[in-house]
Design a protein. Structure first.
Length: 210
């Protein structure tokens, strides 16, 4: 049985990112995979790469030597048959939690060797999910960069973006005067489009298993 690791790099339980990751995981389960899930905002304390270069030593090649809350995540990904990872977009980037994992996931496989720049001998398929309250057309360059790097150092990567998402149940709250949004349009988009995006995430999770 294949094992698929799912990683939620967003903080909000039950909202857009969490929902699409869960759907993708259900798709992978439907294809016969076992799921190992991590929620980065609920782990013990961790950091991004500290540039210790321990992973560049021959005995540690391909493995981050820092021991903290991300250690079980990195260990599970290295032993897995596929990765589903999702993050909301914060200020035109993925979350700081995503970046911490991304730095350590990529850097451990980077050798600085011209002949073999990547030491990952076991590539796995990756599904990267991003959600944003802005239109999904705004992030092509950002996500292509992530797709290329993940494909090179982890394994063949597919990107799925859900844009113009619903952020609140009630946009009319007087203590949050968010006048730049059209609440009715947001809700209408969520009702009409998000169910289809959930189905697509399910299909992509199933496809990941092969």
């Amino acid at each position: 049985m294949k094992n698929i690791v799912t990683v939620n790099a967003g903080p909000r339980k039950g909202w857009n990112t969490d929902t699409l990751i869960t759907e993708a995981a259900e798709g992978a389960k439907a294809a016969g995979a076992e799921i190992t899930r991590f929620d980065l905002f609920r782990l013990e304390r961790y950091t991004g790469c500290i540039s210790c270069f321990g992973c560049k030593r021959e005995k540690n090649k391909g493995a981050c030597i820092v021991r903290d809350g991300l250690t079980p995540v990195l260990d599970a990904i290295r032993a897995s048959d596929g990765l589903i990872i999702g993050s909301p977009n914060y200020l035109s980037e993925l979350t700081a939690s995503f970046r911490a994992l991304y730095e350590r996931l990529i850097f451990q496989n980077l050798t600085y060797n011209l002949e073999t720049p990547c030491c990952n001998a076991r590539p796995i398929p990756v599904l990267l999910i991003m959600t944003s309250n802005a239109p999904d057309t705004m992030y092509a360059g950002l996500l292509e960069g992530y797709r290329q790097t993940l494909s090179r150092f982890v394994g063949p990567t597919e990107v799925f973006v859900s844009g113009d998402t619903l952020q609140l149940r009630d946009y009319g709250r007087t203590d949050w005067p968010w006048t730049m949004f059209d609440p009715e349009a947001k809700q209408a988009r969520h009702d009409a489009v998000f169910p289809e995006e959930r189905r697509r995430a399910f299909a992509l999770g199933r496809k990941l298993v092969g």
